[in-house]
Design a binder for this molecule. Structure first.
Ligand SMILES: [Mn+2]
Length: 475
């Protein structure tokens, strides 16, 4: 590459979201983040990913923190760096499809509280489930000049997922009015030469910037980034070294060093990155000592490539089998997963489709007869309530599980009435800010428990009072 074709690669730092979600169950508290923000802000990252479904849920549920407050504090600290979040399309940060007015409101409040880039994905790659969030973001961008809608394609393998499929999706995303595309490889299935081919093909089909997100789980991620960068990818997702590799992302410092002195040189200062790594290293040690960070997730798990099942899904499955005293059925369930996936139209395996397919596979094996019992969610998928799958679902299974029932083919949210007023009505006694209604919408029980805790803190009630009135929330 000649001097005039320099193309510095950009990096999204994931330490404040996916890195700790993937390694320590999303337990990093805001207090631990804030002291290093000023240093991180000097690096020149493309963005810092800091918010998403699991960070939101874990903040309320385990850390007893207001996720909106975390976002505002990070926004205050990051004066120059864009903040990025992950958004589950019409499911927002939750597990069910919401009405459009909730999606609109959530997008608006996310940007108002500090988010710049919204990465929006759907577990079936049904683009209709992404349109409302994209429109809402674009509306704010037009009005306020802030907000970037990125559509993420959930990367997966299967007959339907040909190069033509990905290229066609890239074109459609551009037509939808998104600002950029992300290839979201949640299980680390994208191998290096495939990445070359895919990025080159997508780049020739769209002008939109392309970002690549993968996990180190299967051990190929660093090489995949190298080939993707050579093929023209614009941004890669990395994690600062103490919370990199394993089920997390490739290490930021390693990728920066890899491209140093090449046309892709990031220009980032390794001394600053070392300072950030030094800051997080004692916390890593603490997490190892407490068992929050399990050394098991730090190695290469080649099973991921063999079974094409994301790591989180495997551990879920193991615990479901354990509960039933059926750990000996592990390999039977592993074999059943691709079959269930086919029956359900071969969706990607990402939240919530991963849980739906995994749980049904466990049922099919344990009951000794396939679909003798179908979960509520399996039925909903078969009815079309999560959207359209890339391949048709099995007619035989539809007839067996939901005989004679009506299936929908429209965008699922078209059938959901606006629900903000109703939600606000249900929780108004706890409302202290508009954002509280949205927390409640996503996690009704967990948010209500948090509101009670917050109230107890504010009232400075003593332990006995808290016990009788609210549950157990000593100040
Ligand atoms: Mn991820």
């Amino acid at each position: 590459m000649a001097e005039n074709t320099k193309k510095p690669i950009k990096i999204t730092e994931t330490i404040l979201r996916d890195a700790h979600q993937s390694l320590i169950a999303t337990r990093m508290p805001t207090e631990l983040m804030l002291p290093i923000v000023e240093t991180m802000d000097k690096v020149g990252y493309h963005s810092v990913e800091c918010w998403g479904g699991a960070t939101f849920d874990a903040s309320l549920r385990f850390l007893k923190e207001d996720p909106w407050d975390r976002l505002r504090k990070l926004r205050d600290g990051f004066k120059n760096t864009k903040l990025q979040m992950l958004f589950r399309g019409q499911n927002i940060l939750g597990y069910r499809p919401y009405a459009d007015d909730v999606v609109d409101s959530f997008v608006e409040k996310s940007i108002a509280n500090g988010i710049d880039i919204i990465r929006i994905f759907d577990c079936l790659n049904d683009l209709r489930n992404l349109q409302e969030a994209v429109n809402a973001t674009n509306k704010i961008k037009t009005r306020e000049g802030r907000g970037h809608a990125q559509i993420a394609l959930s990367y997966t393998l299967g007959d339907a997922y040909t190069m033509e499929y990905w290229v066609d999706m890239a074109k459609k995303i551009e037509e939808m009015g998104a600002d950029s595309i992300c290839i979201k490889d949640m299980a680390g299935l994208l191998v290096p030469y495939k990445a070359s081919e895919m990025i080159a093909a997508m780049k020739s089909a769209t002008k939109l910037p392309i970002q690549l997100h993968t996990h180190y789980t299967s051990g190929v991620a660093g090489m995949t980034y190298l080939k993707a960068v050579e093929a023209g990818v614009d941004v890669i997702d990395c994690a600062i070294s103490p919370f990199a590799m394993g089920t997390s992302q490739p290490a930021t410092e390693v990728m920066v060093e890899t491209f140093k002195g090449t046309p892709y040189d990031t220009g980032y200062d390794q001394n600053l990155l070392a300072e950030i790594a030094d800051y997080f290293r004692p916390y890593r040690d603490e997490c190892l000592a407490s068992g929050l960070l399990n050394p098991k997730v730090m190695g290469v798990d080649i099973k991921t490539l063999l079974y094409q099942v994301p790591g989180g899904m495997l551990s879920n499955m193991v615990s479901q089998l354990k509960e039933q005293n059926a750990e000996d059925k592990y390999y039977d369930v592993l074999k059943e997963i691709p079959q269930v996936r086919k029956d359900l139209g071969e969706p990607p395996l990402v939240t919530p489709s991963s849980q739906i397919v995994g749980t049904q596979a466990v049922f099919n094996v344990l009951m000794g007869e396939r679909y003798k019992m179908a979960t509520k969610e399996t039925k909903a998928v078969l009815r079309g309530e999560y959207g359209q799958t890339v391949k048709p679902m099995s007619q035989e299974i539809i007839d067996k599980v939901i005989p004679g029932e009506k299936r929908i083919t429209c965008r699922p949210a078209d059938l959901i009435e606006n629900e903000m007023d109703k939600l606000e009505g249900e929780m108004k006694e706890w409302k202290q800010q508009d954002e509280d209604v949205l927390s409640y919408a996503l996690f009704p029980q967990v948010a209500t428990d948090f509101f009670k805790y917050r109230q107890a803190q504010q009232d400075k009630v003593d332990v006995t009072q808290a016990d009788t009135k609210y549950g157990a929330y000593p100040v």
